[in-house]
Design a protein around this ligand. Sequence first.
Ligand SMILES: [Zn+2]
Length: 210
Amino acid sequence: MRFVERLLLENQAWAGEIKHRDPHMFDRLSAGQSPEVLWIGCSDSRVPAEQICNTSPGEMFIHRNVANRVCPNEAGFMSVLEYAVAVLKVRHIIVCGHHRCGGVQAAMTDENTGFSHLDNHLDGIRDIRRRHANELAKMNNDADRLDQMVALNVIDQVRTLSELPLIKAQWSCHQRPTIHGMVYALETGRLREIERWDGEHCEAVQACAV
Ligand SMILES: [Zn+2]
């Protein structure tokens, strides 16, 4: 059976199962959404946000791109952020990186990937790597260095988000989304929070060393 045919069949089975378990769920979802969370994660197929958090449809508003970047100059990214914060009024924004991230791996050197959009997208991670060169050089091996860069990238995205005028404006009025930086360990399936911004300052939640 072709893969896409399998997907369509699986969808029918899923919809039937949901209808059986929760007969009104699709009616509720058709009426609108009020997710609590905006999730900004990596596009990597191994990190499906809803599955690893065991959430149901309607609970998370999701944006994914290579290496979970906050992109203030991209209309696609900013429209998701605007809608989530100003219209849906999410209470939490999660930036989630993950171990063995191919996007971060590609930014571990200054060598171009040969793909212009990808290189532009990854340049910000290369800047983070240069800023933390001494710290990274002291690490024992490339795998640890990569996982540490994943954490540093997440922390940088949390801080970039916290400084956006859109987020500052929300904090000056009634709606105050907390920003959380998290890292997902592919090897254990565990998610942990490493950074949190509560409107005034960023604080480390756990040591980011892995
Ligand atoms: Zn990734």
